[in-house]
Design a protein around this ligand. Structure first.
Ligand SMILES: C[S@@+](CC[C@H](N)C(=O)[O-])C[C@H]1O[C@@H](n2cnc3c(N)ncnc32)[C@H](O)[C@@H]1O
Length: 261
């Protein structure tokens, strides 16, 4: 069962890909003594090393989301829980977008849709929210949720790994929460989001910061790039960096705002 595969840490919400699980370091007790001493000597140097170029996200990072037997309720319980930083801080995150009545916003990588109701309320009856996700099972769940909660201004979009499948210039705001590191084709996704935004539109990215030597092992294994690299990638895609917004309660995450030139 998916839930059983989730790392036990209170703050770990994702199953570690099998390949990474197998690559977990052997306990020092299991190492020959000389190797263990060498590892201890090298550790501070490794921790201090600056971040190199980011490896691409492994194609299987979305394996669980693409599984035909995905259990949406299990993911909802995992995503929509106070011990998850982005859930606990959701009001401040929504506030940072500055949505107004009549706005059109895309939630790219909507997951179980935790931001849909607050976005729908902010943009009102004249606005539009696009809930975009590549997971067919989550998209079914989102369609049900939107219907059950009466969110008549929300449209659900089944997207592709390299395209948000939104019309050019159709939105003023694009929101990518805990999803940028899931973009296996991040350059194509950024180009697609850029095209979907109207000129002057904003892209807001919330993600885990990956800090070698500081971040916990799960995060280092799961997230391919740190904040600076993410910023560089997004700027290279034609966005202007506007600011980092401090969110009270964030310890492992950051929120960056960009604008389409
Ligand atoms: C970790 S979840 C985050 C969900 C939600 N944003 C939240 O914070 O609760 C990542 C989501 O991104 C989706 N995803 C991965 N790659 C994507 C892509 N290229 N375009 C749209 N969605 C994607 C996954 O299917 C999954 O639902």
């Amino acid at each position: 069962m998916i839930v059983d595969r989730v790392a036990r840490s209170n703050r770990s919400f994702f199953p570690l890909p099998a390949a990474l699980r197998r690559r977990r370091p052997t306990r020092p007790g299991g190492m020959p003594a000389r190797l263990a001493i060498l590892a201890l000597l090298l550790l501070p140097a490794a921790a201090a090393r600056p971040q190199g170029p980011a490896a691409p996200a492994g194609a299987d990072i979305n394996r669980d989301f693409l599984a035909p037997d995905l259990d949406p309720e299990a993911w909802r319980q995992r995503f929509e829980v106070e011990s998850r930083e982005v859930f606990a801080c959701r009001e401040a995150i929504v506030g940072a977008l500055g949505l107004a009545p009549g706005d059109r916003v895309a939630d790219v990588g909507s997951g179980t849709g935790l931001f849909l109701a607050p976005f729908a309320e902010k943009v009102g009856a004249d606005g539009r929210v696009y809930a975009v996700d590549i997971s067919p099972r989550l998209v079914e769940f989102l369609e049900r949720r939107v219907r059950d909660e009466g969110l008549s201004n929300v449209a659900v979009v089944l997207s592709e790994a390299g395209s948000a499948r939104l019309a050019p210039g159709s939105v003023g705001h694009a929101f990518v929460c805990d999803t940028y590191h899931h973009f296996v084709e991040y350059e194509a996704m950024l180009a697609s989001i850029h095209e979907a935004l109207r000129p002057g539109g904003q892209l807001v990215v919330v993600d885990f910061d990956r800090i070698p030597g500081t971040s916990r092992q799960w995060l280092l294994d799961h997230v391919r790039a740190g904040k600076e690299t993410v910023r560089e990638e997004i700027e290279a895609a034609g966005f202007e960096f506007v600011e980092e917004v401090e969110i009270e309660g964030f310890a492992e995450n950051y929120l960056l705002r960009f604008r389409k030139h």
